[in-house]
Write a protein that binds this ligand. Structure first.
Ligand code: T1G
Length: 698
């Protein structure tokens, strides 16, 4: 065995004529500058070594290269850039094989495409997910993938950015073989297969590809319809379209288009969203040991309770569902069964598993005592402080020592609920978002006395449910609903002052929201907002502008989609139309208030809406309810349909700058000084020239 030379991030070994190049850059072998430099040098060294007649590249640790190092995006590129490394691999005079395992994605899979053959271990996933990060395969993927699988298939996997399992990749022609064993052993075995002529090798770039203008036109049409507001998928199609010419020209065009994507604000937003999803787990209690949770209790089988129970069952937990009487229990159980049937329909679960879950892991009872042994109990009963404190007092007498007692309240005071027990340290808020078995966000609401390992248990449960937990402090509405309650008023004011719901909603979907605020209210049920406004009535400051339009709609019994009428009317199976009655009510209320309606441009609608959201988010930060701006971004990205390519409200705020935001608020304050107030944090940022991004470290 020849000498082993090592370089940062790459290990080089020569064994019986095979050069073994192991990428070793934990945690995911991202192709950082060190990796690219050492990989290129190792390939050159192997090519020059007469004793070498085959070269194998594989990953150490849990995966092959999982992509470019996205922390380098936005910084000046440092040679060797990955396209150059891949071109050297492809041009190598000796056979180069790539042994894939784990998740060979993006630039990692592009290294594999430049190799002369690709072998995957079972369970490997490959893919070109760059568009999900606002870029495109920029290291040869748009040129080499079509040469292996044709333009149509390449366009599909590149514009969808999906992961492809080893079997499907083999069938498509993206890989050449699936082999069992450790990557290093498979590398030696496959090198021998090449020597024996049992494994063909060829340069992907030399393969011909047939033009397919129809596929390009189809995808372009689809993207225009579905993703008009996104930037990189269209550029990816343009890059692939160049693959029928000489490789060098196609690669040059790909590089130019990739650089355009790198410079786009959408890339910054999507990368921020990628890191936000992971940053939120960095909490003060991260070092605490979560309590084990095998069996959970869910109290309340309504929409939330049955959704929570479903999410837990799908994650493998045993669940005891408790309701107050047989009739409610039957409804709750039926909701869980319905949710699971939907999961089967969507292909998320097979029929046998569904049956097994219902037979073995779901218990339903009206006896609260059945929760005596539960490791964690979540209540999702009626949103009333008295009801919840009474229930927690009962649980205190029933639950075993060390059980985590969680409330799913969406705004009530978790400390008041905890105080109803002798164990406030075991009480935490787990605010799920509806539908609880679909929405990714959970706000973990930490009470004054909540123990660190109880917080850690909430985060561990969220991970197990494949959800994203964000740490929140106690206040009315925690992070998301508190901010929503504030900025939602901005559109009521706009409606009162001259805009209409059917102008406001499209202005905001044009910004990137999946739905406008009035359509969302109709979907959620106008009665919910009505109840919130009634709850706040006693505390509402006299100076606050109150808009009675939604109340009047509710007084007519129009609660939105569920009653067929709200801000919009919902004809059976037809498209929603503006409710003409609402226009009448708006006119009446404007007349009563002596308001002469004025015109609003879409941009001003968006500016007011976003400025109100950012202002309240700044106050949530000042009050310590959210740890960092990135936590608030995560709440809105994963709980409120905030457009992912914008990165979240505070990432978006940084694109405007604190000075601009303060100026806007001061301008709007001339109409309404109570609603439009400059948060001290924002004023300070404007003075100091700082950004929310500066507060995300640590
Ligand atoms: N670059 C830098 N850091 C990365 C990274 C990457 N590509 N991928 C993951 N990390 C960090 C992540 O932030 C976390 O850090 C830790 O690794 C574990 O990640 C030229 C331009 C690979 C499936 O899109 O999908 O190649 O929080 O918690 O759940 O054409 O990470 O511990 O500090 O997610 O096991 C294309 C992105 C890039 C893959 C593993 N590649 N990564 O999931 O662990 S663009 C991707 C993932 C590109 C080329 C273009 C997942 C994973 P920390 P994790 P995981």
């Amino acid at each position: 065995m020849m000498n082993i030379r090592s370089a940062p991030a790459v290990r080089y070994e020569m064994v019986d004529g095979t050069a073994l190049i192991a990428i070793d850059n934990p945690p995911v072998n991202a192709s950082s500058h060190d990796v690219r430099t050492a990989l290129l040098e190792a390939v050159r060294q192997a090519e020059a070594d007469e004793a070498v007649d085959a070269i194998a590249i594989f990953g150490a640790g849990r995966t092959f290269i999982a992509g470019a190092d996205i922390r380098e995006f936005g910084k000046p590129p440092k040679d060797p850039i990955l396209p150059d490394v891949n071109n050297a691999i492809e041009a190598c005079a000796k056979p180069v094989i790539a042994i894939l395992h784990g998740t060979a994605l993006g630039g990692g899979f592009e290294v594999a495409l430049a190799a002369h053959a690709r072998i995957a271990l079972p369970g490997t996933q490959v893919g070109l997910p760059e568009v999900t990060l606002g870029v495109l395969p920029g290291a040869g993927g748009t040129q080499r993938a079509p040469r292996l699988i044709g333009i149509a298939k390449a366009l599909e996997i590149i514009t969808e950015g999906r992961r492809i399992g080893a079997e499907e990749a083999l069938e498509m022609g993206l890989i050449d073989r699936i082999a069992e064993g450790e990557p290093r052993d498979v590398a030696l075995e496959m090198a021998e297969e090449v020597r024996q002529g049992n494994l063909g090798t060829r340069r992907t770039g030399e393969l011909q590809v047939s033009p397919d203008d129809a596929a390009i036109a189809d995808v372009s049409e689809r993207l225009k319809a579905k993703q008009a507001h996104l930037f990189s998928p269209h550029k990816a199609v343009e890059a692939v379209a160049g693959c029928t010419g000489p490789l060098a020209e196609g690669l040059a065009q790909e590089r130019a288009l990739f650089r355009q994507c790198i410079e786009s604000p959408q890339r910054a937003g999507l990368i921020h969203a990628f890191f936000a999803e992971r940053a939120v787990a960095k909490i003060p209690e991260a070092g605490a040991t979560p309590r084990p949770v095998a069996g959970a209790g869910v109290i309340g089988g309504g929409t939330m309770g049955s959704g929570i129970a479903t999410a837990m069952l799908l994650a493998g937990l045993n669940v005891t569902l408790v309701e107050r009487d047989e009739e409610a229990l039957a409804r709750g159980r039926a909701s869980v069964e319905g949710n699971l049937a939907q999961a089967v329909k969507r292909g998320k679960l097979d029929e046998a598993k569904r049956a097994a879950i219902l037979a073995e892991r779901l218990k339903a009872t009206t006896d609260l005592g059945a929760l005596a042994e539960a490791d964690l109990i979540v209540e999702a009963v009626f949103e009333d402080l008295e009801v919840k404190t009474e229930l927690f007092a009962r649980l205190d007498a029933i639950a075993r020592e060390g059980a985590v007692l969680a409330t799913n309240t969406s705004y009530l005071d978790v400390d008041r609920i905890a105080a109803a027990t002798s164990r406030p340290q075991d009480v935490v808020g787990l605010h799920f978002f509806s539908p609880a078995h679909v929405m990714k966000l959970i706000e973990v609401v930490v009470g004054d006395k909540t123990a660190a390992e109880v917080v850690a248990t909430g985060f561990a449960l969220a991970k197990r449910l494949r959800k994203i937990a964000v740490r929140a402090g106690v206040c009315d509405g925690f992070i998301g609903n508190r901010i929503l309650a504030h900025y939602r008023k901005s559109v009521d004011y706009l409606m009162m002052d001259g805009a209409t719901p059917q102008q406001i909603d499209p202005a905001l979907t044009g910004f990137g929201f999946a739905m406008g605020p009035f359509a969302v209210s109709d979907l959620a049920g106008l009665d919910i907002g009505w109840a919130t406004r009634k709850r706040h009535a006693a505390m509402r400051p006299a100076e606050e502008r109150y808009i009675p339009i939604a109340d009047r709609i509710c007084e007519e019994g129009w609660f939105g989609r569920k009653t067929g009428k709200g801000f919009y009317v919902y004809p059976q199976g037809g498209k929603p139309e503006p409710n003409p009655e609402v226009a009448r009510i708006i006119d009446e209320e404007r007349a009563k208030a002596g308001i002469l309606p004025r015109n609003f441009e879409d941009d001003e609608i968006v500016d007011r809406y976003m400025t109100a959201m950012i202002a309240e988010a700044a106050r949530v930060l000042e009050d310590g309810i959210a740890q960092r701006p990135i936590d608030i971004d995560a709440v809105f990205l994963f709980g409120y349909g905030f457009p992912r390519f914008r990165g979240g409200p505070l990432h978006y705020a940084d694109t405007l700058g604190a000075k601009e935001l303060v100026a806007r608020i001061e301008r709007y304050a001339e109409e309404d000084a109570h609603y439009w107030q400059v948060p001290p944090l924002l004023a300070r940022m404007a003075r100091e020239g700082t950004r929310f991004a500066d507060m995300n470290e640590g």
